[in-house]
Design a protein around this ligand. Structure first.
Ligand code: SAM
Length: 362
């Protein structure tokens, strides 16, 4: 876990809260490592997938050669190891959760619902699970302190899901219909996706799970970010000794950052064109980006991209930090600084995991 004194929350004009460096920070530095407050599968509850391709607890892709373990009660949820099964039975797949999920997948009411509502049902089940933990009320307060306000469509979702799900958890008082509506609104804006592993020949990577990471979600967006997120869902061993889990989110700096400078990530792959970025940011996050790159690209002349002379700074940035591996387009960030504090010249892609040596950092 990075030192929490590295960043402070500040009000940023036109953006709400944001994270600002409390001291000069170095490119490659890990500035945040965080576990999810809520993590839930992106699969619809109905129809149940014929065979799951990932562990229902840690979301690692299940090996095809070795056998996996199933929940002894429902047989519908699969785990990569006995260790994951046993952790799941005490948390993400406790007996009350198992019964709730089974009952929901057999519910004719839910079966008629669109995919999005079925995934929301998973979130609301995870919310009830959070309400059963010892630190329930502070964790729910944390969730409700995030950005996002319910609109009419979320209020309808909340009413439907409250009636369907609350009775399965004996109507826990902490989770009223209003709390469900608020939480759904927070989830819509603040959840991060955990993705299938990169495959150069396969289809687009699909989403395995959604997670809410309350500190990481304080980062605002920039189309030329100075930090980016990494996760190692399929490559990290869960090691109880250092307390790191494979579902942890890691935020690493792409460039040096001055004290007082805002640290931003990109909410999607940075290579996307202006029109696509503009649409995603408005439709999914409700804002118009005013970053330097958007200002230039709003009146962009495409020919400039091939001009090797006086190219805009963001074009140099993209050439350097967009991964050029086939069908990737992820963001590359330097590895953490070396022991003598000098910057690493090795860049790692946050999407395909490729490494590349660079001559100089901009
Ligand atoms: C995940 S939250 C980030 C934290 C948020 N600013 C807060 O106050 O909690 C995403 C929301 O922050 C705001 N935001 C993020 N980046 C922004 C930007 N570049 N310009 C304007 N608003 C931004 C938008 O309201 C967006 O829906």
């Amino acid at each position: 876990m990075a030192d929490s004194s590295l960043l402070r929350v500040e009000h940023i004009a036109g953006k709400g809260r944001g994270l600002v460096a409390s001291q000069p920070l170095k490119s490659g530095q890990v500035i945040l490592t965080e576990s999810p407050l809520i993590l839930y599968s992106s699969s619809p509850l109905f129809p149940p997938p014929p065979s799951s391709s990932y562990c229902d607890h840690c979301f690692r892709t299940l090996p095809t050669t070795t056998s996996t373990v199933s929940c002894p009660s429902c047989l519908n949820h699969h785990f990569c190891s006995n260790k994951c099964l046993s952790s799941a039975l005490n948390s993400s797949h406790s007996s009350i959760l198992c019964q709730a999920l089974s009952s929901l997948s057999n519910s004719p009411l839910l079966q008629q619902q669109p995919l999005q509502r079925q995934v929301q049902a998973r979130f609301v089940v995870a919310l009830h699970n959070l309400a059963l933990t010892d630190a329930a009320s502070s964790q729910i307060d944390t969730l409700l302190s995030l950005h996002g306000t319910p609109d009419d469509s979320i209020l309808q979702d909340a009413n439907f899901l409250h009636d369907l799900i609350s009775p399965l958890f004996n109507n826990i008082k902490l989770i009223s219909v209003d709390v469900i509506a608020e939480a759904l609104a927070k989830d819509r804006i603040n959840s991060f996706c955990l993705m299938e592993p990169y495959n150069p020949n396969g289809p687009q990577r699909s989403i395995k799970a959604y997670g809410i990471y309350p500190k990481a979600t304080m980062f605002n967006h920039d189309c030329i970010p100075n930090a980016c997120r990494f996760d190692y869902v399929d490559t990290t061993d869960n090691d109880d000794d250092d307390g790191h889990n494979n579902t942890d989110m890691i935020i690493r700096l792409i460039k040096d950052v001055d004290e007082g400078e805002e640290v931003c990530i990109s909410y999607f792959r940075i290579g996307r064109d202006y029109a696509t970025r503009k649409k995603i940011l408005m439709d999914d996050y409700g804002f118009v980006c005013g970053c330097e790159r958007c200002k230039i690209e709003a009146t962009w002349n495409e020919d400039k991209i091939d001009d090797d002379g006086d190219v805009a700074e963001h074009v140099r940035f993209l050439r350097k930090y967009v991964c050029d591996v086939k069908n990737c387009g992820g963001t590359m960030a330097p590895l953490p600084p070396k022991h003598d504090d000098s910057p690493s010249n090795v860049l790692e892609c946050n999407f395909c995991g490729n490494f590349k040596i660079t001559d100089h950092l901009i």
